[in-house]
Design a protein around this ligand. Structure first.
Ligand code: DAH
Length: 344
């Protein structure tokens, strides 16, 4: 047994010396045959001698013999690759294959559009506030002057989590949260997600974005509201965009209005337009003067202060800004659509 072990060690050394002298394919083949040839290779002979050992001696010697064999094979493979040189490597690479493209991510179009909106309001001295997407019934409805069971609640198809918790149906609860913690003057916007139990269609989604606005100070009037929204819409669209204010109802504003712009998809010319229904106008904002009851709910004296508020549908407005006939495109993640908005 010891004789075999000595032989293994000896061959390891002589192989290293032989390998160091390899300089071409021919000498490589010679060394290979010397050690690994099936008939008379040194290692082949040692493997045969292994059989003459006692069974209990075989595993240990067999292991080191296998180790030497792996070592020799690996070393010969390396030598072959080293000798092959760069040309051989290049032969293995198909230079006619197209390269791998890298795709860079980009902010989502709705996010970019929201930033545009924010920038216009920041320029007018508004600041940005945030509020939770899961709200209590109190903030989403009651503090905004929707008493329990009031039929106006039916206009908001609410997704309830429990009797008291819900996914906010609008960003208006942030008005309450801000007025609770701050005294006027207040001039804020709040962009964020809102949720409604709606089936998706070209102009409705169960999740969409709004930007809420609130201004509270001494002597704020409807003229301030109108001037601010007109300036905002003309900056966002163009000087020429047609805007109209229509009387409306919201429990938390009095008087209330809805703001329409002309339909940019058909510019009022198509009776079959899927977006404006042929009417030529599309609603993008709800607005009004803050109801005195809302002020009382947050301990602001309505005799001293007045204010206006508005809520803008971001996805809807983006549709009209980019003349997209179907709001669902924004969320289908079709790269052919989405890449058109990527930052260059
Ligand atoms: N929260 C309303 C909605 O989602 C929109 C709205 C109307 C917001 C009037 C306001 C407002 O701040 O004053 O339909």
């Amino acid at each position: 047994m010891n004789h075999l072990k000595d032989k293994i060690e000896e061959y390891r050394k002589t192989f290293d010396e032989d390998a160091a002298r390899v300089k071409d394919e021919k000498s490589l083949q010679e060394v290979r045959n010397l050690y690994l040839s099936r008939k008379r290779g040194y290692l082949t002979l040692l493997f045969e001698k292994l059989k003459t050992l006692k069974p209990e001696e075989r595993p240990e010697v067999g292991k080191s013999l296998n180790g030497l064999k792996n070592y020799i094979q690996g070393r010969l493979q390396n030598l072959r690759e080293e000798m092959a040189g760069p040309e051989e490597t290049l032969k293995k690479v198909d230079l006619t294959l197209p390269g791998r493209k890298r795709y860079w991510g980009s902010p989502h179009p709705i996010h970019l559009f929201q930033q545009e909106i924010e920038n216009i309001f920041l320029g007018m001295g508004f600041s940005i506030e945030e509020g939770p997407e899961i709200e209590t019934d109190y903030y989403n409805f009651e503090a905004l002057n929707f008493p329990p069971h009031h039929p106006a609640r039916d206009d908001w198809d609410t997704l309830y989590i429990s009797d008291d918790l819900l996914l906010r149906t609008h960003t208006s609860p942030v008005q309450i949260r801000v007025m609770e913690k701050r005294k006027p003057p207040i001039r804020i916007i709040n962009p964020g997600k809102v949720f409604r139990k709606e089936s998706p269609d070209p102009t409705h989604l169960p999740m969409f974005y709004q930007v809420e606005g609130l201004v509270v100070d001494h002597g704020i009037s409807f003229a301030h509201l109108k001037g601010t929204l007109e300036y905002f819409l003309k900056t966002l669209f163009s000087e020429k965009i047609k805007i109209r204010f229509r009387p409306s109802f919201f429990p938390f504003t009095e008087p209330s209005a809805e703001v329409d712009i002309e339909c940019t998809v058909c510019t009022g010319k198509s009776k079959e337009c899927r977006v404006c229904g042929g009417g030529g106008w599309v609603e993008i904002l709800g607005a009004g003067m803050v109801d005195p009851q809302v002020f009382k709910n947050v301990n602001i004296d309505p005799e001293k202060y007045s204010g206006y508020a508005f809520g803008l549908g971001v996805d809807r407005t983006a549709m009209f800004a980019y003349q997209i006939p179907d709001m669902r495109y924004f969320y289908e993640n079709d790269l052919r659509f989405i890449r058109q908005f990527a930052l260059k």
